[in-house]
Design a protein around this ligand. Structure first.
Ligand SMILES: [Zn+2]
Ligand SMILES: [Zn+2]
Length: 354
């Protein structure tokens, strides 16, 4: 088959790669119909580290990508919920598939590491090949994949594999309820989806904060109030009569945005951090304690959130519009990565077709 293959930092090439074959009875193979690049795919591309994995060092080749949908072409003997011909969406990563948390769909809380099994996203190492490819092996398919309902579009299904589910995870962890006033910091795909999901669960007002102008105003589409970072705290404090907001979702995760989130939150408020925090990111604890703020972190368990999210999408409460700005054939994937990384041409998210 053909796939986008990691050949080192900055070198993701469309090339020949061995077809996947089922290596566990719980797995299945899809023919990928659509796939997308996530911001976290850029860590290998930049030669960064993820955990102990250092992508600046020579690495066995692997197919990239953890956001994909496709048609089932082969199922393992133990798979119960899927059959050949089904069109399915796939959770961005896989846990051990055996522990109590994985069985509940909480693969983000997989305890498999205690027996040497590591839960991770697809497309980051040769151990769990990615879906920027003609064919892709879904692990633990009964847990981490779901048939796409007819009234869910390809764009929405791809968003459900990661960005929308992650955004919603922030909403859930910030315990957003009917009538809440909310701020979302960062308006990349995850932040934008978090803001739309906050309205879907009943937020009365959502401020969205983003430096990049081509991204900042997208949330106006569903009624949010866009703000530039330097005007955010003063505007929000003035409009909330110096109380602050009920909940803040930080979809950036840098020291500066976490501090901003803590400033914006009211006494007794909630802050949910979705952005990937680096080991040296500092979080001040003085103000959260003085203001009795609850801070929640975490990496989303995607599949367990589909139960909540699918009805919201099907009822039109979450549309996921204006996220995909560019379309590519998979063979032009190297250019898709380049453009996405450079944030050229107002790119928000790219869709690729094998
Ligand atoms: Zn991702
Ligand atoms: Zn597990």
């Amino acid at each position: 088959m053909k796939a986008l293959v990691f050949n080192g930092p900055g070198k993701i090439n469309y090339e020949d790669f061995p077809d996947p074959s089922i290596d566990d009875d719980r797995n299945l193979i899809i023919q990928v119909t659509k796939c997308s690049i996530c911001g976290s795919d850029l860590h290998p591309y930049h030669g960064d580290k993820i955990g102990k994995k250092d992508y600046s060092q020579p690495t066995e080749k692997f197919c990239t990508g953890h956001e994909m949908i496709g048609e089932v072409v082969e199922v393992g003997k133990a798979v119960k919920n899927h059959k050949v011909g089904d069109k399915i969406m796939v959770e961005a990563g896989a846990g051990c598939g055996e522990c109590q948390n994985c069985i509940k769909g909480k693969t983000n809380l997989c305890t498999g590491y205690t027996v040497g099994k590591i839960a991770t996203a697809y497309g980051l190492t040769a151990n769990l090949q990615g879906g920027h490819a003609d064919y892709f092996q879904v692990h633990n398919a009964d847990i981490g994949a779901l048939k796409i309902p007819d009234d869910v579009t390809d764009e929405q299904a791809i968003l459900l594999t990661d960005a929308l589910a992650t955004g919603y995870y922030g909403v859930k962890n910030a315990n957003i309820k009917k009538g809440d006033v909310v701020a979302v910091i960062g308006q990349g795909p995850v932040g934008l989806m978090a803001a739309e999901a906050a309205y879907a669960v009943g937020a009365s007002k959502v401020y969205t904060i983003e430096p990049n102008e081509s991204r900042r105003f997208k949330s106006k589409n569903f009624g949010a109030i866009p703000l530039a970072p330097d005007e955010a705290v003063p505007t929000i404090m003035e409009e909330t009569k110096r109380l602050g907001v009920d909940a803040v979702i930080d979809a950036v995760g840098k020291s500066v945005t976490i501090k901003q989130a803590i400033k914006m939150a009211k006494f007794g408020g909630r802050v949910s951090i979705l952005g990937i925090i680096q080991p040296d990111t500092a979080i001040p604890l003085f103000y959260p304690q003085m203001k009795s703020i609850t801070i929640h972190g975490g990496i989303a368990g995607i599949a367990e959130l589909w139960t909540d999210l699918l009805p919201l999408v099907q009822q039109g409460k979450i549309k996921g519009e204006n996220v995909f700005t560019h379309q590519f054939d998979l063979k032009d994937g190297a250019e898709a990565y380049r453009l996405f990384e450079a944030q050229e041409d107002g790119v928000m998210k790219v869709m690729m077709t094998p």
